[in-house]
Design a protein around this ligand. Sequence first.
Ligand code: UD1
Length: 388
Amino acid sequence: MKILSVVGARPNFMKIAPFIRAIEKHNHENEGGIQHLLVHTGQHYDVRMSKVFFKALNIPDPDINLEIGSGSHAEQIGYTMVAFEKVLLEQKPDWVVVVGDVNATLSCSVIAKKLNIKLCHIEAGLRSGDMSMPEEINRVITDRLSDLLLTPDLLSSENLRNEGTSEEKIHFVGNIMIDTLEDNRKWSGDLKLETIIKENLVAGCINPKRSPVDFSYALITLHRPSNVDDEEVFVPLIKFLSNEVTKDLLVIWPIHPRARKQLINLGLWERTINNPSLIILEPVGYQEMLRLNMGAKIMLTDSGGLQEECCVLGTPCLTLRWNTERPITLREKGGLSVLVGNNIDRIQKEYFHTLTLNRLPSRPKLWDGHTAERIVEKLIETDKRIRY
Ligand code: UD1
């Protein structure tokens, strides 16, 4: 069986790493059997957004890099499709495996099916119900096209059933992100906070006047266009972080290129990096982020992956969105995250309440670190069942 798997952007890398390792393990135990090729579309291309993850997570260099880079959605999706079609015509895999919900996921799924190649989606069935999110469009289309839909939780399986997906295509395998978390937990736990800060502080950011080793900190990430691109949303959020949160806590913020560009465009960059309670870091590696998360008093984020990691690590989390495709991480479902949108009054109210909470890990079913092995088994089983 020949499998070609695809990554494009940062959140894909932690999902593909355990999958590749599980294939290697299978091949080792069965004297081969699966031929695997990795394609990187190049949507994320900065060293800190891509290369460091390959190195840290032991992902082999991609066999093929499409080098698509930035651009509008149409540019990213269109260029990826053109380039990926050539790869598929040349390589003729039995399966294309896509993960997550980024533009690469969508583009490569469409072309795989156009060429009648079997398609497997890892992390299928997540739904926010919000079609204004680019990721929701990517998820819905990818799932509609997939032959094998591997879900991280039972709510996602139910979403697929409700959309009319046939039962034989849906398999609940657990959350592959947690395989990577468990693989790295110990190593990350040994990292020193001071070293992470020293090595990743953005140029010009003044050294923090207090150390996160003996002072509690909030961990922040922001990258969604709905929070970052709209000035009327972004500026109040920055004010809240700079003026309110810093009264109680240090703020550590590994900054996404989109947020950094917006701060510069709005003329807020200098003020932000000169605030002694705001520690602005370059985008950090996977293990560094895990370490920062393990020690945080509270997380404020608009990232879906971090919502999940907070749940398993036990970090109280304010999710800066009005909806989530990962309801299993919410407090009402036993998780640690609460949706606060981007309304400052609401954020403030939940923020003060959340500060009173202690860390309390929670682990949804099959988030056990063995999802990738189940995925490889399902692929082998399904490949025997469906032949084109
Ligand atoms: C993408 C994904 C999102 C994911 C996020 C994680 C889509 C639709 N969105 O959003 O699901 O949660 O990645 O980071 O696929 N840039 C750089 N260097 C890079 C990459 C991007 O400077 O290595 C800049 C781009 O020029 C662009 C901005 O960052 O202006 C945003 O990048 P883009 O790939 O459009 O989407 P993300 O916001 O990162």
